[in-house]
Design a protein around this ligand. Structure first.
Ligand code: CTP
Ligand code: MG
Length: 226
């Protein structure tokens, strides 16, 4: 299975002066944990890291330190996550029929979740890891007034990995550019094109590290792993 890792963000909400994926968690750069999980997932053979060229020296030295055995490619990132994934799709080897996309910022993912997604994507054309929402979610207007309360049992929190048929996802990204759609995950492009996306049970600990509090939670979770 081919894996693309969007890692080209600037980490504004983290408030650090660098790409948050280079910050240390448990004595390793955050992205190192994501890469170690991908390396340990037996289904993954090729890893494309989509990142900004000014970060490449850092990424290269992290890859070298981890002594990864899998084939790794560095791909230039775009101005948005959507553009970064688009660039990643163009850089996939021509034999890639399915692809998993996993945010570099979800460094608590497990090899099992990668392998589960790799299995399921062989039998469908689109999937995402997701978990049932625990909070009651409100739809709120611009004046801070609640407009509705969607039924909780229909709500799932989207995670990555997300998996797709490569040709279909390329088609959806091209359509997204034509139509000017701006989305925060790839499943949304699939949905807008009328294609089916299946849920795979995600992991409660598979957090996206976004703020300094998330970094502290990641330290805690990793320190309790064997
Ligand atoms: N990402 C990317 N290219 C971009 C923006 C984001 O590849 N132009 C990646 C990030 O590196 C991250 C993932 O997409 O692994 C999810 O994005 P997010 O958590 O929003 O990270 P940042 O965009 O870096 O953070 P922020 O939105 O706070 O600036
Ligand atoms: Mg962002």
């Amino acid at each position: 299975m081919h894996l693309l890792i969007p890692a080209a963000g600037s980490g504004k909400r983290m408030g650090a002066n660098c790409n948050k994926l280079l910050l240390q968690v448990r004595s390793k750069p955050l992205i190192a944990w994501t890469l170690l999980a991908a390396e340990a997932a037996s289904s993954i053979s090729w890893i494309g890291i989509v990142s900004q060229p000014p970060d490449w020296d850092d990424f290269k030295s992290i890859i070298a330190d981890l002594k990864l055995k899998k084939t790794i490619a560095l791909i230039s990132g775009g101005a948005t996550r959507q553009e970064s994934v688009y660039n990643g799709l163009q850089a996939l080897p021509t034999n890639a029929e399915q692809v998993l996309i996993h945010d570099g910022a979800r460094c608590l993912v497990t090899p099992n979740l990668f392998d589960a997604c790799s299995d399921v994507i062989l039998h469908c054309s689109g999937l995402i890891a997701a978990v049932p929402v625990k909070d009651t979610i409100k739809v709120v207007d611009e004046n801070g007034i609640i407009k509705g309360t969607p039924e909780r049992k229909q709500l799932w929190a989207a995670q990555t990995p997300q998996g797709f048929d490569v040709n279909l996802l390329k088609h959806c990204h091209a359509e997204g550019i034509r139509q000017g759609w701006e989305v925060t995950d790839d499943a949304a492009l699939f949905e807008k094109c009328g294609l089916e996306v299946r849920i795979v049970p995600g992991e409660e600990t598979n957090l996206k590290i976004t703020t300094p509090q998330d970094l502290a939670i990641a330290e805690f979770i990793l320190s309790h792993r064997k």
